[in-house]
Design a protein around this ligand. Structure first.
Ligand code: UD1
Ligand code: UDP
Length: 359
């Protein structure tokens, strides 16, 4: 009988991360059961990724949906017990820092099943972020911690986590970027009919609670996009959290507002952009992978390497001018050449470590 890995995903970036890891698990002779909590459920936030990237479909979708942190996480915890009890997996595999990650880690610990955490050791050192709480708790409960970088390993060691539980493997989002780049064609390219010239436009996404749920910050961000659009085209891809909060905002004519797009159009837009403006963890890294300068509209970032190398700069949205100045300074800039996120083999290393730990 093959060892069983029960993978829990729930949010957009987790589907993308699960893609290369699922393939690697199969190649390593492991049987995977994929459980989708249903945290993200709009077709363009969920089904689209399984279809366009040919990721294996979830075996179970718990259909949890949205809610307050407590109620959403509690419903996930209750619903995850059944699949975990019924298949008694050798490993429970979780990704990143969402409420789905936290819920799965808690249930696994309570049912005494071993937990493996991909993207372990990331820290913003800001406990007001819900994701930081999720990361710290998940790492504390995990038996195997897959740190993407040396810095994330050091964060774990400083918290007293034993070094033999930590594997520095690189970043699975780099694996995804390298694997899926070959699927890019001119037809999954930039949103049709937009007047975009290569390297002459800005791609923007905003979804962090600290930016969307603070009216002043959101207003600075939206107004800065309109200001940037006086000199450049801006493509603004709106996350559902942000969508309901920007009713009434009038985008300038050079700000092209769209709902979320698939991973391949997103990659096409990023690769060809002159600059990325974002508060997304994943998109910050992808900008770096494709060597596109990035302005991260946050006080801090967990992905400190791209900032240290000069490809990414922090611009807390404390005024319109601060964001626009950061964009102007970053436009056309480059950074130091280095590969802190590995060589695209993180998924393989994760699968082999899990297979070895079962044996
Ligand atoms: C979640 C993660 C965040 C991650 C992001 C990736 C937590 C605490 N946050 O944030 O770390 O960066 O996913 O995108 O887990 N909504 C829809 N349709 C959907 C999904 C959400 O309309 O398919 C709306 C709902 O109004 C919901 C809101 O978006 O209340 C927020 O969704 P939620 O999953 O709670 O958090 P995200 O902001 O997506
Ligand atoms: N992404 C996408 N379509 C979009 C916006 C983002 O496919 O319209 C991808 C992006 O390329 C990256 C991932 O979604 O791979 C990042 O997810 P998100 O920003 O939602 O979450 P975070 O990474 O901040 O947790």
């Amino acid at each position: 009988m093959k060892p069983v890995v029960l993978t829990v995903v729930g949010a957009r970036p987790q589907f993308i991360k699960a893609g290369p890891v699922s393939c690697a698990l199969a190649n390593a002779g492991l049987r995977e059961i994929l459980v989708h909590t249903g945290q993200h459920y709009d077709p363009e936030m969920s089904d689209l990724f399984f279809e366009e990237l040919a990721i294996r479909k979830p075996d179970v979708n718990l259909g949890i949906g949205s809610g307050s942190h407590a109620s959403q996480t509690a419903r996930m915890i209750a619903a995850l017990e059944t699949p975990i009890l019924s298949c008694r997996p050798d490993w429970i595999l979780v990704f990143g820092d969402t409420n789905s990650t936290l819920a799965a880690a808690i249930v696994a610990a309570k049912l005494q099943r071993p937990i493996a955490h991909v993207e372990a050791g990331l820290r913003s050192f800001n406990r007001r972020m819900p994701e930081e709480v999720n990361r710290v708790v998940t790492d504390t409960l995990s038996d195997l911690l897959f740190a993407p970088t040396a810095n994330s390993r050091d964060n774990l060691m400083r918290e007293g986590i034993a070094g033999d539980r930590i594997h520095v493997v690189g970043d699975v989002m780099l694996d995804a970027a390298l694997q899926y780049r070959s699927l890019l064609t001119s037809t999954n390219g930039c949103i049709a009919n937009l007047p975009l010239s290569r390297k002459q436009y800005v791609v923007a996404t905003i979804h962090r609670a600290e930016n969307t749920d603070e009216p002043c910050r959101l207003r600075y961000l939206l107004d800065s996009l309109n200001t940037i659009a006086t000199t450049r085209q801006v493509v603004f891809l709106v996350h559902p959290r942000t969508r309901r909060l920007i009713n009434g905002w009038k985008a300038a004519s050079n700000v092209h507002v769209s709902g979320p797009v698939g991973y391949l159009p997103m990659m096409q837009l990023t690769v060809n952009a002159g600059l990325v403006v974002t508060d997304s963890g994943g998109l910050q890294k992808e900008a770096f992978f494709h060597r596109v300068p990035c302005v991260t509209v946050r006080e801090e970032t967990e992905w400190v390497e791209s900032v240290a190398l000069g490809w990414n700069r922090l611009a807390p949205p404390v005024s319109v001018d601060s964001i626009v100045e950061a964009v102007n300074a970053a436009w056309g800039s480059t950074g130091i050449e280095a590969n802190p996120y590995g060589d695209g083999t993180a998924s393989r290393k994760i699968a082999l470590a899990l297979a070895e730990a079962v044996g």
